[in-house]
Design a binder for this molecule. Structure first.
Ligand SMILES: [Mg+2]
Length: 122
């Protein structure tokens, strides 16, 4: 029996295949163009943002309010699903893209210049 997937035992390819199958099974590939997916991604980020609009929601509240945490979790998953579908649509290797960009970020925000909690160079 396979273990229940979680962050400790799941690869990027699992997400890519799951989303690809979901889209193909519904014959939605023609709708999952890069432009549509980027717009859908933005809408899902907005839905996540709307949960917090005009509220001062603390981390303590998020961790103690089951319904709130579930709403946030659902919207984060929607964002991730569209991001994965975007990655699929342009046949991007996400791990390679992540690794390359993290190296660029490490160069741009060197520890020598950004070790004081500031986002700006002193
Ligand atoms: Mg949503």
């Amino acid at each position: 029996m396979n273990p229940i997937p979680d962050d400790n035992n799941t690869s990027v390819s699992f997400f890519k295949k799951e989303v690809q199958k979901f889209v193909r099974d519904r014959n939605w590939t023609k709708f999952h163009t890069p432009q549509n997916l980027i717009q859908a991604l933005g809408i899902e980020v907005s839905e996540l943002s709307e949960i917090f609009l005009f509220k001062d929601i603390s981390l303590k509240t998020i961790n103690s309010d089951y319904d709130l945490l579930e709403n946030i979790s659902d919207e984060i998953a929607d964002v991730f699903i569209y991001l994965v579908s975007l990655v699929n649509s342009i046949n991007l290797d996400l791990t390679s893209a992540f690794t390359k960009k993290m190296e660029k970020n490490k160069d741009k925000y060197s520890l020598e210049e950004f070790n004081n909690g500031s986002y700006q160079k002193l």
